[in-house]
Design a protein around this ligand. Structure first.
Ligand code: AMP
Length: 249
């Protein structure tokens, strides 16, 4: 089983982003960028499947600016076998990414495309589902466990109030939730080895894909700042405030 793992370069999850003064997006200049955390989980799971002998090759792919090659090097250091960088704008919209991935699927013929459930920059939670739609493949989204059983993929999905297990025929699309695994840190020797692993660079146009934007950002604004709380001395005072100030009882 060959696995394609799309990894997105996003602002590091530890960074508190600020909205640009013109309200067109968030400031990214000079900020630390890292692999989308859900994609670290998919790289980890794909590498584990290869280590167990269930997968033969793990190919990491990123669609974005030249610097996304650093994200791909991280995937290679974690154990991916080779990488493909498709040059495009900084944060292409999900439909463009899904179309590019579809073109790569037709070229690479993987049996599994393993995506994160969402990219933490724009929280779309759409690319995997769109790709499944474009390819007509079965999908197991929000995976918390993935197992290859008799040539089918059993995916435990996190749903409201519990877990649902689906059994997918291959080829398939899976998107990972947070509890699937704890990704490894790349060791120094593996970071060094990753420098020698193959990385191919393509232009979105080479794949014959129309990536014209269909979404327009109308405005981006900071969430309202929370008011400070107050300490009350008695239940009677609380009831009085709920009744006369908040007017909820
Ligand atoms: P989204 O639908 O944007 O929330 O992203 C869901 C998943 O799609 C991510 O976790 C990645 O696996 C993949 N993805 C989205 N955008 C990109 C990109 N530009 N390059 C590579 N993978 C991406």
């Amino acid at each position: 089983m060959k696995i394609l793992v799309p990894v997105k370069r996003v602002v590091d999850y530890n960074i508190k982003v600020r909205v640009k003064s013109d309200g067109t997006g968030v400031e990214t200049a000079g900020l630390k960028m890292s692999m989308n955390p859900f994609d670290e989980i998919t790289v980890e799971e794909a590498v584990r499947l290869r280590e167990k002998g269930a997968a033969t090759e793990v190919i990491a792919v990123s669609i974005g600016v030249q610097q996304a090659q650093d994200t791909l090097r991280t995937a290679l250091a974690m154990g991916a076998d080779r990488a493909i960088l498709v040059l495009s704008e900084e944060s292409p919209e999900p439909l463009a990414v899904a179309k590019i991935l579809k073109a790569l699927v037709e070229r690479e013929k993987p049996e599994l495309v393993f995506l994160g459930k969402q990219a933490i920059d724009d929280d779309m939670n759409a690319t995997g589902q769109m790709l499944a739609g474009l390819l007509g493949w079965p999908q197991g989204t929000f995976a918390s466990k993935v197992e290859l059983v008799d040539g089918r993929l059993e995916v435990a999905r996190e749903i409201d109030g519990g877990t649902e297990t689906v059994s997918l025929t291959l080829p398939a699309i899976v998107t990972a939730d947070l509890r699937l695994n704890e990704p490894r840190y790349a060791s120094l020797p593996n970071i060094m080895k990753a420098k020698k692993k193959p990385m191919e660079t393509l232009q979105a146009d080479d794949l014959g894909v129309d990536t014209t934007r269909r979404l327009t950002t109308v405005s981006v604004s900071e969430p309202p700042t929370r008011k400070a709380g107050v300490k009350l001395n008695s239940v009677a005072e609380l009831v009085e405030k709920l009744r006369n100030e908040a007017k909820v009882i």
